[in-house]
Write a protein that binds this ligand. Structure first.
Ligand SMILES: Nc1nc2c(ncn2[C@@H]2O[C@H](COP(=O)(O)OP(=O)(O)OP(=O)(O)O)[C@@H](O)[C@H]2O)c(=O)[nH]1
Ligand SMILES: [Mg+2]
Length: 602
């Protein structure tokens, strides 16, 4: 099956032509038939001579119903463009073509209708010329009459050729069905209809209804009026679902397979230039987007805030989240555009989870980075920007060709991994210098210091000479002398005096006056600390190396969580040392401070 939408100005004969082709009535509403005008989308189908079935989404031509037209054309890969022989090219001909162009639809046919009422040649020549400058380019064109039947057989043959030229989508592709109708059938329950562009749905499948991600189960399935156990895209489907009432569902929502799409309300996009070449910059400079636009995608339309990042790059903030993939093309419409301009721009999605651009210069930096990206961003593009991405998230972004995981469940930018490895080596060396008595750096402390989201990631960057034993990371250099041994002679005496002072009261740091008396200024203290001869918990506060580990043992014996007063009593110290010591322990991830200021030993 293939699905194709109509397009064209009001009263140019779209619905009449579908009636002539299919024998079915596309105008579903009594009001539409009474007024002789399509208001909402209609759905009819036919069997082509090749045996293939072709479904049509009939759209309204009236200017007031452009949003409905966009919901119809937003789901299909091809259009049947209708221009009346006696009407010629009209405002909604132009507006519909602008929408098709913005969405980047490349397949279609031109039918010049009402050919029994006027010579079609002029309307045809004009339409072909304008359409030729759009994404549709050269299209087959035929003169037809729904009344006399002139040209209808030729149109059927042309539709057969068009249908045969359309690709058969991947049956295993992610599933997303934009809902175009939701209603209740007595005895059966909720029915949702839409176009399945690719992938397969089966009776019994569990899908999620966006944006609330309400789980629904497919109880029954019909395609073009026939019951089926399964449907593969492209297909029109009517799904009888359990889990949602008809009033809870509606046009603009989508049924998606869990984990296959990113629900997002912030995206980075590249605005698309015109199909007829020229410089994209020219056209965009002239059609600068307003701050607020309506974003149309699938059957959805969402109020959207625009922040330009660069000439043709923008950050869009959507009022409601949509299920999107990278590289998809959305349509931005300026509802206040001047009458002579359709105010429609296509935009291709470059990032579905972009980092914030609140810092000064962040927008320009984002534009500089995105500028070089292709319309279908690669894993390398995304990883360079995000550094780390969960494999599952990459799948939900629609990232094709995922690289190998660096750790179970994680993809990473190779440069970032190299940076992480050297940062870890530096951390472990610094930790060893600060804690000469410690057996190694706790793996969780390293993970926190590098802000890694997962323990698996830290394991992946522990490479020789680093090694992981019993939760501690060490730089394995057997036989290496203790760094404390290298203390300069000028410091050895004073440091020994400090350690002697501390022997009796290990958690009472020597007073500043005492340090001055010993000639230990800030620089000397820093050197001693770096060499592991002293533990420096604040500028003028030093304890013996290992005092933090000793404090941990004392604090661990307290009822958890404990207060500062309890810690002070247990450690036999004063607030002068206690508070910097506790803060040091927090930083070392030995203790954790709770919101009520109590602490626990980790
Ligand atoms: N003589 C003649 N009349 C036609 C032909 N096609 C359509 N009509 C008439 O033109 C009028 C409009 O036709 P529709 O098919 O409703 O037009 P439409 O494009 O679907 O209009 P909207 O859906 O409102 O945009 C109707 O009165 C039709 O009977 C044709 O080939 N010949
Ligand atoms: Mg109609």
């Amino acid at each position: 099956m293939q699905v194709i939408a109509t397009a064209g100005h009001v009263d140019h004969g779209k619905s009449a032509l579908l009636r002539a082709l299919t024998g079915m009535e596309p105008d579903r509403w009594a009001e539409e038939r009474r007024r002789g005008m399509t208001i909402d989308l209609g759905y009819v189908w036919m069997r082509l001579p090749s045996g293939e079935r072709l479904a049509f989404v009939d759209v309204p031509g009236h200017a007031r119903f452009v949003p409905n037209m966009l919901a119809g054309v937003g789901q299909v890969p091809a259009v049947l463009f209708v221009v009346a022989a006696d009407g010629g090219w009209m405002p909604q001909s132009a507006e519909h073509l602008a929408a098709i162009d913005a969405l980047g639809i490349t397949r279609g046919l031109l039918a010049v209708t009402r050919a029994d009422l006027a010579d079609p040649s002029q309307a045809m020549a004009e339409a072909r010329q304008v359409i030729g400058r759009s994404s549709l380019r050269e299209v087959p064109a035929l003169a037809v009459s729904a009344v006399t039947g002139q040209g209808v057989d030729e149109l059927v043959s042309a539709l057969d050729l068009l249908s045969a030229s359309m690709p058969s989508p991947d049956r295993t592709a992610p599933v997303r069905i934009w809902v175009d109708r939701a209603f209740t059938i007595t005895g059966a329950g909720t029915v949702l209809t839409g176009t399945l562009p690719a992938g397969t749905v089966s009776r019994g499948d569990e899908l999620l209804l966006t944006p609330a991600l309400r789980p629904v189960k497919i109880r029954g399935l019909q395609s073009l009026g026939d019951d089926a156990a399964q449907a593969a895209g492209v297909a029109r489907v009517a799904l009888n679902v359990r889990g949602a009432e008809a009033h809870q569902a509606g046009r603009g929502m989508a049924l998606v397979r869990p984990g296959e799409w990113t629900m997002t309300s912030v995206i980075d996009v590249r605005l698309c230039g015109p199909a007829d070449g020229g410089s994209a910059g020219d056209r965009l400079a002239e059609a600068r987007l307003p701050r607020t636009v309506m974003l149309h995608f699938g059957s959805a339309r969402v109020l959207t805030r625009v922040r330009m990042l660069g000439a043709d790059l923008a950050r869009l903030t959507l009022a409601d989240a949509l299920p999107l993939h990278l590289g998809e093309r959305v349509l931005l419409r300026d509802p206040g555009a001047a009458a002579d301009s359709p105010g429609m721009t296509g935009a291709v999605v470059l990032d579905v989870a972009p980092p914030p651009v609140s810092r000064r210069g962040a927008a320009a930096a984002a534009a500089a980075e995105l500028r070089s990206w292709p319309d279908q961003p690669s894993a390398a593009n995304l990883l360079r920007r995000h550094k780390l991405i969960r494999s599952a998230d990459a799948g939900a972004m629609g990232l094709a060709g995922q690289p190998a995981e660096v750790a179970p469940g994680w993809l990473a930018d190779p440069d970032h991994v190299a940076e992480l490895k050297s940062a870890l080596a530096r951390l472990v060396a610094a930790h060893a210098a600060d804690h000469p008595l410690a057996a190694g750096m706790p793996v969780d402390a390293a993970r926190a210091a590098l802000r890694l989201p997962d323990r698996e990631m830290i394991r992946a960057i522990i490479v020789p000479p680093l090694k992981l034993t019993a939760g501690l990371i060490t730089a394995a250099r057997p036989g290496e002398a203790s760094p404390a041994g290298t203390l300069p002679a000028s410091l050895a005496g004073p440091v020994a005096s400090v350690l002697a002072d501390l022997a009796a009261r290990p958690f009472s740091a020597p007073e500043a006056a005492r340090l001055r008396e010993l000639g230990l200024d800030n620089r000397a203290l820093a050197t001693a600390a770096r060499l592991g001869a002293l533990l420096r918990i604040a500028d003028q506060l030093v304890l013996a190396p290992g005092a933090d580990t000793a404090a941990r043992t004392v604090l661990a014996s307290l009822p958890q969580p404990f207060t500062a007063a309890q810690a002070r009593a247990a450690l036999g110290t004063t607030r002068r040392t206690l508070i910097p010591l506790l803060e040091h322990l927090d930083r070392q991830q030995i203790t954790r401070r709770l919101p009520d200021d109590r602490r626990v030993v980790r």
